[in-house]
Design a binder for this molecule. Structure first.
Ligand code: FAD
Length: 117
């Protein structure tokens, strides 16, 4: 039986992985609909995140640093920055965001890019 702290950390790692991968695959030139979809996804993610304390903290961070959905680069950097705010609060190392797009390859190739929404 894993401890609660181990489980919470596992959930965090999986969640961040999905979070950053979604942002790295967000369109380079999103439509208004795609922008709105991403924003809603992020706010709803913050509401349904299963660790209650984490969710409350993250919602406060979103109030202060709202999702930036203009394009892939900006959205991915925003995601990296907000994860760094969480890292900072938890006393973790600050991550270098300069290669964020390459760091989160979904393994799904280029041809699926057009149908993701
Ligand atoms: P993680 O922070 O899980 O990161 C996983 C990997 O992502 C790292 O190994 C690194 O390769 C990479 N990475 C690190 N920083 C960045 C970045 N800025 N951008 C891109 N990639 C990066 N835990 C708590 O105890 N209390 C909380 O309040 C809390 N709130 C959370 C809120 C959210 C929305 C999420 C998703 C998780 C939260 N967690 C919280 C979990 C916590 O953030 C970590 O996921 C967990 O502690 C495991 O940490 P880790 O050191 O393995 O790295």
């Amino acid at each position: 039986q894993m401890t609660n702290e181990t489980l919470k950390a596992e959930l965090g790692r999986s969640s961040w992985r999905l979070f950053h991968t979604i942002l790295a695959r967000y369109p380079e030139t999103p439509t208004e609909y795609e922008k709105s979809t991403l924003k809603q996804y992020i706010y709803l993610f913050a509401q349904v995140y299963p660790c209650g304390d984490c969710a409350r903290h993250f919602q406060k961070l979103l109030d202060k640093y709202p999702p930036q959905t203009i394009n892939r680069q900006v959205a991915s950097l925003w995601g990296c920055d907000i994860h760094n705010k969480v890292n900072d609060r938890l006393g973790k190392e600050i991550y270098d965001c300069s290669t964020i797009l390459e760091d989160y390859d979904c393994g799904c190739g280029v041809d699926e890019e057009l149908d993701q929404y």
